[in-house]
Design a protein around this ligand. Sequence first.
Ligand code: G6P
Length: 758
Amino acid sequence: MPTNTQYRLPNSLRMGLLVAGLVGLLMGVLAWLQVERERAADLEEMDRRAYVLSHQMVYSVQAALQLPDREAAAALSSSLEGYPPLIGLAVYRPDGRLLAAGKDVQEFAADLNKVVARALKEQKDIIESIRTDQGRVYILASAIRAPDGQPQGVLVVVQDMSQVDKLVVSRRVRFGFWVGVVTLLLLTLVVAGAWLLYDRPLKRMMEWMRQLRGGDDAEPPPLEPPAARLANENGRLADSLRTARSAQRAQARAVAQTGQIWTRERLHAYMIDRLRGRRLLVLSNREPYLHELQDGKTRLRTPAGGLVTALDPVLRASGGVWIAHGAGNADRMTADERGRLAVPPDDPAYTLRRVWLSREEEHGYYHGFANEGLWPLCHLAHERPVFRASNWEHYLRANQRFAAIALEEVGADPAVVLVQDYHLALAPRLLKDARPDLTVGMFWHIPWPNPEAFRICPWRAELLRGLLGADLIGFHLQQHCNNFLDTADRMIEARLDWNRFTVESHDHVSRVRPFPIGVQPWSERRTPSGIHLARQIDELRDRYSLDHVRVAVGIDRIDYTKGLPERFRAVARFLERYPRYRGQFTLVQLSTPSRTYLRRYRDHLNELESLADTINWRFQTAAWKPIRFLVGDQDTATIHAFMRLAEINIVSSLHDGMNLVAKEFVAARSDLDGVLILSEFTGAARELSDALIVNPYDVEQFAETIQRALEMPSDERRERMTQMRRHVEEHNIYRWAADFLDTLTADPTSTSSTQEAT
Ligand code: G6P
């Protein structure tokens, strides 16, 4: 792809060209100035010579001018001849008539008339240079006056300038030659120096690192500057890579023996087996890597949200193409002309294909139909869905666009296409209609409501028909599968098999199954551990004045389904009921703004800010605040550090398909400490029964649960966390992907699947 393969000059050559170019330019300017200075000196010399001559001649010319023409010419004839560079002299009468001239001057007589006329008219010395057939000549025309001031005539001195011009040319050539030689010499020196001191050591180091990453235990490069300064760090890096790799190998061996834990490597091998040469494509609205312009520079961002967090590690393990909306304002300039780029940019493992949508399309399809319509329709959070015909049109067209790009990517090859979430409900049918041989899976990441709730959507039948183009439709929970089957049963012509969990419509059978999604192990991510983690935690405590307070953390996109006002009110109620915790307990709420184009989301952010202010104002002291509401993107390392800093993680969604933050928190607590307070309305609550389960609407119970979490004995904390970790580790994201793929690619008549995969 052009972005990655564009030819770049080696750094040493670029540095050499820059330095030598600048120095060469400077020397060129100086040389030019010097040539000009010398030329000016030559001209001055010519002036001086002409004046001396004219002064020497003036008396004899004055005397001759008293005589009649013939005698005057005879008196002057011998003294008007020249010798190089003097061509000769000429004398004119006051009426401009030539009286006498050296013989070489006579060739220019016609050219001199104008200058003589001027000298007579202005009665002063005129200096000019004129171009003749023989080259340039220098002319000094001196007006001669009698002692009483009467004009007597003109004496003209004519000199040859060709010598001066030749000197200019030869000086230019000489200086140019030396400037060229010095520039070339400098270029060679800088390129050689930069290559020896910079390019070569770095290239060797890069090569070594590449080999190390690829698994070769290569010898480190020789210690030469500047890489020598990294010698220690390199050694440590290599050691930790080796350690990690051997741990991985041990884990893989353990897995092979026990068949328990799914890893990236195991999924990779499994995918190859299940795909059997077919290509793998993922379709989602949200892209895993987004480029934005900030202060004139492109910045890479990983968008918040469970879908991206879950699927990126899967694609890294399996490879393939992920097709998603290019929403970043620098997305076009970081992809090739087809919108493709290799990701992750620092260690490419798969291809991201960006889909371009106009502002209007994005607004109608994403903000409008998906997020003002389907999102509140599927979440029971008492938010009224809005459905507009124009938004539906955009939704339909965007789905067609995604499907067309998927078909273009597939070409004529066999492929497995995994369509993700409520933005792309129509894509499965569009794909199947175009290519019935494709294997199409659909995963719905949010809840599916009961038929009564779903029926209010004016395009319910179209959505169901779109989804039923898939061979397999996955939800997080069995309850969502049941709701879906119920909805299909009541709203479209379809044959349902409740024993096999299938829906047959338009001669096509779709299986409907639960696949509770999991998370990637933290050990695979670049987050500090040991002393570095402790240092980062100390810094965060310092930065947010959290010294000596017990901390609960909440990590959410700002969304009305996440139960953030309920969480804040529970904290206030907790401090009312248990005043001993005032000054002792803080909720740190990390919140990423989301869908802020929609007014509902902006209002929600304002509501949260003012609620946090009100509660803080009521309880805070000079040194303490009960709620730290931190709005903005947080990097993975900071989120991880907060998960380790806090004693409690609060997840209080009013309705959530799964909620991966809860699982991420459990996965982060390798210290087996920490308490999870989890809303009963999340999918995660079905699996993490050792969390403290709350009803976020019940403020008294919620407040009491915070107190219970803070006072839970350490043995109990450890026991609960151990149980939850076991589940989260086993049901990780690789297992989820393997289960889904296994069912999708299995014989459609088979009923079991997930057991086979594990
Ligand atoms: C939920 C949805 C995802 C979505 C994420 C973030 O988890 O299921 O499909 O990507 O929210 O929302 P956003 O609108 O920013 O993509």
